[in-house]
Design a protein around this ligand. Sequence first.
Ligand code: BES
Ligand code: MN
Ligand code: ZN
Length: 462
Amino acid sequence: MTAKFAKPNTDATPIDVVSFDTLDEYLSKLPPENRTWLSTNKFSAKLGQTVLLPNNDGNLARVVTGWGDAKARARGRMFMASVALTLPKGDYTIASGLGVDELIEAAQAWLLAGYVFDRYKQQPGAKAQLVAPDGVDADRLETIAAGDFLTRDLINTPTSDMGPDALEKAFCDLGKRFNAKCSVIRGDALLKQNFPMIHAVGRASDQEPRLLDMVWGNPNDPKVTLVGKGVCFDTGGLNIKPGNSMALMKKDMGGSATVLGLAQMIMALKIPVRLRVLVPAVENSISAGAFRPSDVLTSRKGLTVEVNNTDAEGRLVLADALALADEETPDLLICNATLTGAARVALGPDVPPFFTDDDVLATEIMQASAQTFDPLWRLPFWNPYEASIEPDIADLDNAPKGGFGGAITAALFLRRFVENTNSFVHLDLYGWTPSPKPGRSLGGACQSARAMLQVIEQRFAK
Ligand code: BES
Ligand code: MN
Ligand code: ZN
């Protein structure tokens, strides 16, 4: 598996990218034998239609790939990823047909297409490699792809190899590579240091619950804090999930996988921020010691929470981590979590909703999302729904009755734990690609990291 471009070389096969608009002109300039070959193959420049042009010896000379029109491309960006997967082994260059923005998109897409998960079985890797087009920042695109791959690897690894112990190791390994300071609060130390909800959710597992904390960068730079849900497996707890709902719950640490991928991008690109990464790492398991429906927990912040469903565990562990993050009032606080099924019902698996009260930040996120082809959509912190998270006997209810607006009420719950920070955004991710898309393999998905990297760079670049 590689997130790398090919070294520049003169043997690389040129690719011409041809849209409906440019087809006639393109054909008119081709040698007649190539024109005939394209016509034999019924090449119409339809998006993704790819024809190999041979030379006189029958070897591959050029590739012509269709680029359709804007309407077709709007239905699925990063299209060059699909082309990359169909080409024979070898090196390629994009020779014509794309402007600089499209070249960046195509080059990023090509790298993202190269992901394979081969931890348990050899898989055929991507065969075709691209020489980085002129005018694109090759290192940056490679760094982004490597972060994306880290996220996918962490999510795809099943809980048998990615429980709290292994997630801690992955977290600390990343920190060490970039000389970040890592600390871990584990097991009963969570109670002593006042993270009661992380402990309550994770205490039924054989692998102790823990809070992972990484700090990197110059203490005087703007503070960016990433918090990621690290539920290594979500059985639902005593409110056990039915089998088909539990099937994918190895991915319930998708938020933590995403913040690690993003953190790797930030540190590798040396973005001038003081980065902090917080991950509550737990398994929502079932045992005699498990927390129960109707238990009332007192959170780090002091707010009491009635547990009306042990399957709404993500907001509990995140609440204590967010409270800690908020204690130092970061300039930007980003929470990533596979938090609710309701977010999928609202927007489907590929468009994660985000919640923020900072309208400027929301605009920045929407712009970055469009520019990086990393879909995100704003949903409201709908204040009138606050009443629904307030039960009779405690400050907060983790699972409001009825369940309508579940992504919003979960987001409102988290917001109660962030008081000081002005720029807070929570992203409710799916973390999974149920049917493969260009640049997104079936399985673990890195959602929002590319867009949020761009937001962070633009906010804080010197
Ligand atoms: N991890 C799940 C949410 C989830 C489920 C995300 C499926 C993506 C796909 C979370 O812990 C959960 O179980 N949430 C419940 C909350 C409910 C009990 C209030 C949900 O969304 O059903
Ligand atoms: Mn759950
Ligand atoms: Zn969960």
